[in-house]
Design a protein around this ligand. Structure first.
Ligand code: GTP
Ligand code: MG
Length: 437
């Protein structure tokens, strides 16, 4: 097993940088460059030297942690140096020149923690989410998950399942009457039904956790010149999209991420909807429709006068809000009665619109203080487990067949926490991490 070394703090230059080393010779690396670390995990100020030339690279704090009680489960040392690119480069060069030491791959510290049983796979995912969390609600969910919230629940289910299984199998050995379940059987089957019910509850509450990671997508649609791009810029308080009085200005879909009350909201500006022969504009309109169909909310913008896209265009969409634009003009809206009115020019109606969006975000993403499922992967594993549990409960099933379904349910739990056949998912999960994590 190599000892891996990486810059674990952010982009350089910075005030301080943290270089970590984890593995069997981590302590030796520290000794060679900075002297023996304090065994009581206290930081000590040291010169960091190139052991080859004896030259001092920098002065900084050295911290040493003895495994297995570390995030990686291995011996771990941290060099806190000044965050200059040349300082960090020199330190990494010196450390990786030592025998059995090399640069870490993306996510390798966390991967070692997982392999050494310091955290389960769902917690690893939570850690990844915590690092990429952009808003408060995302941060809270990710923190809960990285602390082993999902793994804990699943392990408890698995424990109950194993005990129920044992109950069933004991009757398998001793009873000759297959059809008449005795008391032990009945209790075991009830327990299995209870677990299946609890999983069903989580599956129904379902995709809040996943949606919170993604954010609420709000597509702005309407006829050309409705004021879509102007509204996007105003809500983003940035000059993101080009605004002109020429209809058909916007072609590509533009995205802006907002934080509304702690919830992530992504606004999409789209091409104005109309009949056109222009192939570029046609493609823009096709994309506009496609994004609207997938979005959580459609804001249909209606300008004053008769240029209008009927709300029937989005009849099937679960969340459609018709917004009258350019209310400062005082011109009536022709066809579709707007639910809300805005004027970007006069700065009118923007706050109520933001409040409405924040409310929608809270409704659709929030309330998930103890939501379990935050990824498709979790959902699939829990659906498999639930199906096997119900199958195990089928009437008149021989006990051997029940046991087989229960075994498969346990495998599904194991997949979720990474106890079982993790290799395929491991690569996918850890590759999303940055180097040094
Ligand atoms: N009076 C007034 N004019 C506005 C308002 N919002 C936008 N406009 C004007 O309307 C015109 C079109 O604005 P855009 O934001 O480019 O409209 P769009 O819907 O993005 O148009 P396309 O990209 O062509 O589909 C520009 O001349 C804007 O200055 C408003 O609140 N009041
Ligand atoms: Mg536009």
């Amino acid at each position: 097993m190599d000892t891996v070394v990486a810059l674990s703090s952010g982009a350089l230059p910075a005030g301080i940088a943290v270089v970590r080393a984890s593995g069997p010779v981590a302590w030796d690396l520290a000794r060679a460059v900075a002297g023996e670390p304090d065994p009581a995990r206290r930081a000590s100020l040291r010169p960091f030297r190139d052991p080859g030339s004896g030259e001092t690279i920098d002065r900084g704090l050295l911290l040493g942690f003895r495994g297995p009680n570390t995030v990686t489960g291995e011996d771990l040392v941290e060099f806190h140096c000044h965050g200059g690119p040349a300082v960090v480069r020199a330190l990494l060069r010196v450390l990786t020149k030592r025998p059995n030491a090399r640069l870490a791959e993306p996510g390798e510290f966390t991967r070692r923690g997982f392999l050494n049983g310091r955290l389960d796979l769902a917690a690893v995912e939570g850690l990844g989410d915590l690092i990429s969390a952009e808003t408060e609600a995302q941060r809270r969910q990710a923190l809960r998950q990285s602390g082993g919230f999902i793994g804990g629940r699943v392990e408890r289910w698995r424990g109950r399942l194993v005990r129920a299984q044992a109950g069933l199998e004991s009757t398998l050995d001793f009873s000759d009457e297959e059809d008449v379940p005795d008391d032990a059987d009945r209790a075991a089957l009830e327990e299995i039904g209870g677990i299946a019910d609890e999983i069903a509850v989580e599956l129904v509450r379902g995709d809040r956790g996943e949606r919170l990671r993604r954010g609420l997508e709000v597509a702005i649609l309407g006829p050309p010149n409705a004021g879509k791009s102007s509204l996007l810029n105003a809500l983003a308080r940035r000059d993101v999209a080009i605004v002109t009085s020429i209809p058909g200005t916007t072609r590509d879909v533009l995205e802006v991420d907002l934080d509304l009350g702690g919830y992530p909201v992504r606004l999409l500006d789209t091409a104005g909807l109309r009949e056109t022969d222009d192939p570029v504009e046609s493609e823009g309109i096709r994309r506009a429709h496609a994004r609207a169909a997938a979005a959580d909310v459609v804001l249909l913008l209606v300008p004053p006068g008769d240029a209008c896209v009927s709300r029937e265009t989005f009849a099937g969409h679960p969340e459609l809000i018709v917004v009258g634009t350019k209310s400062d003009l005082g011109t009536p809206y022709a066809n579709e009665a707007p639910e809300m009115m805005v004027s970007v020019l006069a700065d009118n109606g923007l706050s109520p619109l933001l409040i409405r969006l924040e409310q929608l975000a809270a409704d659709q993403l929030g309330g998930g203080e103890d939501v379990l499922i935050t990824r498709e992967r979790h959902r699939v594993a829990l659906m498999d487990a639930e199906r096997e549990l119900w199958s195990a409960l089928a009437d008149g099933l021989p006990t051997e067949a029940r046991a087989e379904h229960l075994r498969r349910a346990a495998v599904a739990f194991g997949r979720l926490t990474g106890r079982i056949d993790a290799e395929e998912v491991l690569g996918a999960i850890f590759s999303t991490f940055c180097i040094g994590k």
